[in-house]
Every structure is written in C-alpha cells, then in structure tokens.
Design a binder for this molecule. Structure first.
Ligand code: PGA
Length: 263
C-alpha cells in the first residue's frame, strides 16, 4: 500500500500567534512557488495552543493545503481541569493532528503510557489523528535495547485501541538522544526501529493494517539529512522540531523528493 509521507513541524514552545501566521504564510508561499504537490507529500505544523486560531483563520481564508494541529490534548472531556485543552476544542479549531506523548511531555510532565492511551482515545473521539511519539533515551540505546523499549511504549499507548482507529494513527519514532542535539540517528537506526514498530502493528492488528500506518522519524531532521532517511522503506515522513521554525528550511525538508533525485 502506498503511504502518503507526512512532514510535520513541531514548533514546541516557540512563536507567538503573529509569528506563527507569518511562518505559515511564508511556508505556503514557498511551497506554492515550488509547485509542491500536497497529495504527494502532506505538510503540517503543530503550533502552540495560542496560535491555533490564527493559523486556522489563515488556512481557511487562503485555502491553504497545509494541515495543522496541537502539541498536546487533555485526556478529559470538560470540567475542573485548569490549564487543559480538550479534544472538542481542538476539533472546533479544525485541527487535523495532535502530538501525543512527545518525549518532552513524558519527561517534564511524567506522562504515563496509561495516560497516553487515554489521550489517543480522546483525539479519535474528536476526529483528530494522534501522532503518537515513542523512542528511547541514550542509556537504553547504549544497552542496545531500543527496539524492546520502544515497542513497550507502543503496547502501552495502543492498549484497548480498536483496528478502525489504529489504522489511522501516525507514529513518530524519536530517539530522545537525537532530539534537539544535532545528533541525528543514521538512516539504518531509524529503519531498525520504524520497521520493528510496523512489525508490532502486524502482531497487534494485521499485516494489512500495519502496511497502511505512517511511521515517522524525528530527531535533528534537516534538509541535508531528510532524503537519506526517507529512502528507508519503513520511514514515512518526519516530525521536525528546530528546523521547522525556519520556513525556508522546512519547505526544503517537505520537498525531500527533489533532493532524492538530485534537484
Ligand atoms: P528536533 O526535534 O528536530 O529539534 O530534534 C524533534 C522533535 O522533538 O519533535
């Protein structure tokens, strides 16, 4: 099955709503100029909650093909949960995607696999596709246990998820030691774990389902390394942090196919 690659920019705690609008405008302009085919390679940005309304307004008004989403979602529906943002609120803002379980949230907010399974469910309840982030830290990598560690995260976060939903999920393999460090995993490192993730989806669901799920790589992705990572059979896109803040660089990443044929 042909999987449409997804290049998603995780802006983290950067850009106010004016900067966000400007960045999306510039990105759209660059991609339009380059005749980017969004049906061939999907492009999305994940701004802060405070920028979502502005991004929605711009995307709607200018009929942009760029998709957008949030960096987190509450596991709760409504009520006394100060500071949380519900899936229904994100859906109302037209969010296509939401990142769930980014390593920074697992680390700084102690998000457990159980909570993440609830967040995955909350996203689907509202018609939003979760981008479930998984990946090992340096200590685990040094022990050579990256595959089993990452698959245990998959098992935990997909607990109770039915096939109808599982077939739509996006999984991002992001080795923690490669995030924001400039230390990019080799294409072979990325393939090893992304392939193992697809294998686990086959065991949990079916080969057909696993074949259709997009598995992204994330961690120090740049325009200079995206093409070789995307050459790997089980890598279906990238979750890009730092490099997604620069529209020129991010547009080049989205146009990785042009680098692959040496353009
Ligand atoms: P990075 O971040 O591209 O800056 O390494 C990736 C991520 O955390 O999603």
């Amino acid at each position: 099955m042909a999987r449409t690659p997804l290049i998603a920019g995780n802006w983290k705690l950067n850009l106010d709503h004016l900067e966000a609008t400007h960045t999306v405008q510039k990105l759209a302009w660059l991609l339009r100029d380059a005749k980017h085919d969004f049906n061939e390679v999907e492009v999305a940005v994940l701004p802060s909650f405070t920028s979502l309304r502005s991004v929605q307004t711009l995307v709607d008004a200018d009929k942009l093909d760029i998709k957008y989403g949030a960096q987190d979602i509450s596991a709760n529906v409504s009520g006394a949960f100060t500071g949380e943002v519900a899936g229904s609120q994100l859906a109302k803002l037209g969010c296509d995607y939401v990142a769930v379980g980014h390593s920074e949230r697992r680390e700084h907010h102690r998000e457990s696999n159980e909570l993440l399974a609830a967040k995955v469910g909350a996203a689907f309840d509202n018609g939003i596709v979760p981008i479930l982030c998984v990946g090992e830290g340096l200590d685990v990598r040094k022990e050579g246990k990256q595959v089993e560690f990452t698959l245990a995260q998959i098992d935990g976060a997909l607990e109770g998820l039915d096939a109808e939903r599982a077939k739509q999920i996006v999984i991002a393999y992001e080795p923690v030691w490669a995030i924001g460090t400039g230390e990019v995993a080799t294409p072979e490192d990325a393939q090893e774990v992304c392939g193992a993730i697809r294998g686990r989806l086959t065991e949990l669901y079916s080969a057909e389902l696993a074949d259709g799920v997009r598995v992204l790589y994330g961690g120090s992705v740049k325009s200079s390394n995206i093409a070789s990572i995307m050459d790997k059979p089980d890598v279906d896109g990238a979750l890009v942090g730092g490099a997604s803040l620069d529209p020129d660089e991010f547009a080049k990443i989205a146009r990785f196919r042009a680098h692959q044929v040496g353009l």
